[in-house]
Write a protein that binds this ligand. Structure first.
Ligand code: ADP
Length: 639
């Protein structure tokens, strides 16, 4: 189609159709938010225009008074939202009001269940935007013209929100966009000045642009003579919102409600934030930041290309959305505004990447965010951890300087609580450390059950020493960057020699030595039988109930990390574990008594495989294992 084509009917992208359907069915209890969404778009359009005018003043067309107007017509049952912002041309309209460009949209929509209550929560996460107009309107008309383009390059877009829309050329002398809602039957209440004003106050007071409405709408049947006289007078508008940038006001003048609504505006979120912090920094650098922790992770938290970052302003002029240079990746869920007095107005993304001021602000905002997270109330922290804990775990690797602070925010399952639901902090752990305990002990495994039942825990259970249970895929990798916390070293209890420090008594040690001596022969025989599988066989001091366990070398990759790397197609150097045995276990005693070497070797292999299985390691040759066990079963059953 060429740009000068006349009226054209086009179909919405499938995702838009799904979204529209869902929206109309799930927002019925919160219909009024359509106005917030459309005002938000109008305000963004003004911000974009102002930004472009920095490098191209002509684009203002001599009219720099940016504003939003809300009109209504009770007889026609319409509500109109107009702005003199950036506007759209035909291409923009088809793209922006016909498709959804966000990455991951179709994956998101696949998650929908058909259960309206659940879905309406999900849709809140996704953000509703322009299409929410159809919650109250059964026809929406848009008349728009892009700034800097000729008046007859305007476009009229119209749709009933069902499967298609029309676009046709139009003339619009003034740049900007007018959205007209033809209210559905039953939604006439919105064509009312008082109602509209109260919605604006509730949701959009913080918009820095003036929002105007007609002063004293003449009531029907008013004095006729006065009317005629006033006829050729331009209608008088008045500003109905505060119209100052919220973050420039002082903290004690801003209500919680205003902070929350402002969050919804900038984050395109439907839910309230979990917390926020608003600060003005003066001195060498001058800037104001307003940072929010959302309540819920966005659907695209793990999408590489997902937009993230803060809304950047320079001296109150909007510069860009998603300025991602001011927050580290592991805090990518943070939302907010940064208004700097020091950055140049013509700053670009490229310059942001290598700017000293940016680095300093980033470091300050990172600290501020970590502090805000730390100060969350316990209940809020729980919610936060569920949503963002995984992301925060990327922190120690990315932000070495703050690793101690980040470590203080981490939560883990632990042998202390006995359920995967209840997690503990490192500070809790340190508080409970036993006398003489020097290290923070942890174990990594595939899942909670494997970690909680690992034979490696036996001695710790016996001594009443707490062990952190780590089973998130990222844990082992993260621990590669965390060596200590508050001067206490971390120790993976399934790796290397177990140093129990002072927890082990002199008596324990003496006993251990004796057992080692008396088991020399058994150890040697096992080592020969399992030479292909183990690097060494040793007498264990970590086992009390199990016959044997496997221990990775101190610098070996753990089983979990190995599996991740192998799944990613990396070939890894062979690394054989050490097998530790518990000579006091009846099975070991029986094994020791076995004089037939081939029978001994068979049993030794079974013991090795079981040690692997009990900590969730995959067997190299499961069929062989089953064969051996079956043979033992047959023998036991006396066939
Ligand atoms: P979002 O605002 O989250 O991007 P919307 O569905 O609300 O999503 O809007 C889609 C796009 O349509 C916007 O990103 C913008 O490019 C364009 N748009 C919407 N309203 C306006 C407007 N009043 N002026 C200019 N562009 C607009």
């Amino acid at each position: 189609m060429t740009a000068d084509a006349t009226k054209e009917t086009l179909g919405f992208q499938t995702e838009v159709k799904q979204l529209l359907h869902l929206m109309i069915h799930s927002l019925y209890s919160n219909k009024e938010i359509f106005l917030r969404e459309l005002i938000s778009n109008a305000s963004d359009a003004a911000d974009k225009l102002r930004f472009l005018s920095l490098s191209n003043p002509d684009i203002m067309e001599g009219e720099g008074d940016l504003k939003i107007r809300i009109d209504f017509d009770a007889d026609e049952k319409t509500v109109t939202i107009s702005d003199n912002g950036i506007g759209m041309n035909r291409e923009d309209v088809i793209h922006h009001l016909g498709t959804i460009a966000k990455s991951g949209t179709s994956e998101f929509l696949q998650k929908l269940t058909g259960d309206e209550k659940k879905d309406s929560q999900l849709i809140g996460q996704f953000g509703v935007g322009f299409y929410s107009a159809f919650v109250v309107a059964d026809r929406v008309d848009v008349l728009t013209r892009k700034a800097g383009e000729p008046a007859d390059n305007g476009v009229r877009w119209s749709s009933a929100g069902e499967g298609e829309f029309t676009v046709e050329p139009a003339t619009r002398a003034q740049r900007g966009t007018t959205v007209t809602l033809h209210l559905r039957e039953g939604e006439e209440e919105f064509a009312d000045g008082w109602r509209l004003r109260s919605i604006i106050t509730k949701y959009s007071d913080h918009i820095s642009l003036p929002i105007e409405m007609l002063k004293n709408e003449p009531a029907a049947g008013d004095d006729n003579e006065a009317e005629t006289k006033a006829e050729d007078k331009a209608p008088e508008y008045e500003v109905v919102n505060k119209a100052t940038a919220l973050w420039t006001r002082s903290r004690n003048e801003i209500s919680d409600e205003e902070y929350k609504e402002f969050y919804k505006h900038i984050a395109h979120d439907f839910e309230e934030p979990l917390s926020w912090t608003h600060n003005r920094v003066e001195g060498k650098q001058e800037y104001t930041s307003l940072l929010y922790i959302p309540k819920r992770a966005p659907f695209d938290l793990y999408q590489r290309e997902a937009s993230r970052g803060l809304k950047l302003y320079v001296q109150r002029v909007f510069i860009m959305d998603d300025a991602d240079q001011f927050m580290p990746m592991y805090l990518r869920f943070m939302k907010g505004v940064l208004d700097s007095n020091d950055l140049p107005l013509n700053i670009s993304r490229e310059i942001l990447q290598s700017n000293r001021t940016v680095e300093t602000i980033k470091s300050a905002l990172t600290k501020r965010s970590l502090d805000m997270i730390r100060k969350l109330e316990p209940e809020d922290y729980k919610a936060f951890w569920k949503q963002f804990g995984q992301v925060l775990k990327e922190g120690p690797a990315e932000d070495y300087a703050n690793r101690e602070k980040i470590a203080g925010l981490l939560r883990f399952a632990s042998t202390h609580t006995g359920t995967s639901e209840q997690v503990v902090s490192l500070d809790d752990y340190i508080e409970r450390m036993k006398e003489g305990q020097e290290k923070i002990y942890y174990i990594t495994a595939e899942n909670y059950t494997a970690a909680a039942n690992s034979p490696h825990l036996e001695i710790f259970r016996k001594k009443g020493v707490e062990v952190l249970l780590m089973y998130d895929r990222i844990d082992e990798w993260m621990m590669g960057y965390l060596f200590d916390y508050k001067d206490k070293h971390f120790a993976n209890i399934a790796k290397g020699d177990l140093d129990l420090g002072e927890i082990e008594t002199e008596e324990d040690k003496k006993q251990q030595e004796e057992v080692e001596k008396s088991s020399e022969d058994l150890v040697k025989r096992l080592q020969e039988a399992l030479a292909a599988k183990v690097s060494e066989v040793k007498v264990s001091h970590r086992l009390t109930d199990s016959p044997a366990c496997l221990v990775a070398g101190a610098y070996d990759m753990g089983a979990q990390m190995r599996q991740i790397m192998e799944a990613a197609g990396q070939s890894l150097p062979e690394s054989k574990p050490t097998m530790e045995i518990n000579p006091g276990h009846p099975l070991m005693e029986r094994l020791n008594a076995e004089v037939q070497e081939d029978q001994f070797a068979e049993l030794a292999n079974v013991v090795f495989d079981q040690a692997a299985l009990s900590e969730g390691r995959p067997l190299e040759d499961p069929a062989q294992y089953v064969k051996r066990i079956n043979k033992l079963l047959m023998d036991a059953l006396g066939s």
